[in-house]
Design a protein around this ligand. Structure first.
Ligand code: ADP
Length: 255
């Protein structure tokens, strides 16, 4: 019997040791991603800004050269976005998201965002509109982070909606304690089987729009909303459109 419990103890130590090592590996992976993305960011920004600067400054560039500079700029900027998302995801995983909630107003935030994205919507021949319920009180949230979530949702809606469609951002109060922001589109939609996986990192569903992206936007948005004590969800019907919405707890603050 003594031998048996020795073996169990040995096995227990083995399992503990293994889980300690797995934890270390995980931490190494996170640090690796964080430092690599950090190191990649500055040179990418330099490449991007030089390419833009050159095409703006050089007079008499022939079309082929201009197109090449444009391609350098586009690719560097796409890679830059990817690296920033990776860095942000790794910050989130290490519990280092910069979260600073302050009494803020949601309405101007939504209006600014719609103004900012209007050119992109127009370029894609889409109607972009905002419907904000009047009288939503000031409440505590991190406006940079919530802007980031809404930017991600509206950019997605624009990317995944064919010309002629409509994207609507709406904000409503629900009961005494919640604000619900939603982004609805008339786009390609998401197949039912993919709906519950869509918020996982790197998850992308092939569809007819062939848009570029990283698959990190929704994962980051989910973490941001959850950090606020809220939740994010989606309803969608393939071929008809999607509605992404998130709830934030409304804790009014004294004016
Ligand atoms: P990205 O847009 O960079 O691919 P996201 O995490 O923001 O990454 O989105 C993940 C995937 O979810 C997208 O690749 C797309 O397949 C799907 N998706 C997101 N928003 C929409 C939408 N409004 N309509 C259809 N599909 C969407």
């Amino acid at each position: 019997a003594a031998g048996g419990s020795d073996e169990l103890a040995e096995l227990g130590r083995g399992v503990n040791e293994m889980s300690r090592r797995l934890g270390e590996l995980d931490e190494m992976k996170r640090l690796f991603i964080a430092s690599v993305s950090h190191e990649l960011r500055s040179p990418l920004e330099a490449i991007d800004s030089h390419a833009r600067g050159m095409s703006a400054q050089l007079q008499g560039l022939d079309d082929a050269t201009r197109a090449r500079l444009e391609s350098i700029h586009k690719n560097a900027s796409r890679l830059g976005h990817f690296v920033s998302s990776l860095l942000e995801m790794s910050k989130i995983e290490r519990g280092q998201l910069d979260y600073a909630p302050k009494p803020s107003e949601i309405e101007p935030l939504v209006r600014d965002l719609v103004l900012f994205l209007a050119p992109r919507a127009a370029e894609a021949s889409l109607t972009l509109a905002a419907e904000v319920e009047p009288g939503i009180p000031v409440f505590a949230f991190d406006s940079d982070l919530i802007t980031q979530v809404l930017t991600n949702l509206v950019s997605n809606a624009i990317k995944f909606t064919p010309a002629g469609g409509r994207v609507t951002v709406s904000v409503k109060r629900e009961g005494p304690g919640k604000v619900v922001c939603s982004v609805e589109d008339t786009g390609v939609g998401i197949p039912a089987a993919a709906l519950d996986k869509i918020f996982a990192p790197f998850m992308r569903v092939p569809n007819s729009m062939r848009a570029t992206g990283t698959g990190l936007g929704l994962a980051i948005s989910k973490k941001i909303v959850e950090t606020h004590g809220g939740r994010i969800a989606v309803e969608s019907s393939a071929g008809h459109g999607s509605r992404f919405y998130f709830e934030l707890p409304l804790k009014p603050v004294a004016a």
